[in-house]
Ligand binder design. Sequence first.
Ligand SMILES: *Cc1c(COP(=O)(O)O)cnc(C)c1O
Length: 218
Amino acid sequence: MNRKSEITRNLDEVKEKISVAADHEVVLIAVTKSFPASDVEILSELGIKNFGENRDAEGVEKSQVVAGTWHFQGQIQSNKLKSITSWASVIHSLDDLRHFELIEKYAPHPLSIFLQVSLDGAHHRGGAGIKDLYTLATAIENSSKHSLLGIMAVPPLSVPTLSAYEQLQQIHMDFKKEFPGAPALSAGMSGDYEMAISHGATHVRIGSSILGSRSPQR
Ligand SMILES: *Cc1c(COP(=O)(O)O)cnc(C)c1O
């Protein structure tokens, strides 16, 4: 099978599963990290408009080849923010007020922002605790340039996925009460997107189910 038919088949399958799982609108972000720009072009031909990257250098390269809405979902490094904000229009992984201050300083265009929340208090996979989450949300809502879309999470490996999503759903409901203008939830990857959607995810970030497996370090 050639690459285009392979991606087409995978994408159809993912879209079908999303539509079965969802009773609300869900935005599909194709995570193209570690895959070549030629794959992004195929996805674009197939109607995908949202692309996600974890690394600045890959985002720089591929966003020059394929037009679309580019999402950054990787761990943020201060020294990369100037570049990241030049190609990304959505950031999923903000968890530090100092990073938002740099965004305000450098971003050449308005950004849409998800705040990453930590579900296990261990911050190695990124994410703010609840208190910091609310402080950050308030800071972004006070910005005249950038807008807050909602929250994002990656379920920790240390707890069963279902209980992580039950916890996330509760955090999300509480958050929406406090910030009704930011009701989106970015959650769900290849292994768990149906569960994420049934727990309220409005944005899913899917890579390997569409493009195949990546090399282990990615
Ligand atoms: C890599 C990655 C994804 C996509 O993961 P898949 O399992 O390939 O679907 C989604 N979100 C984040 C934060 C990632 O790092």
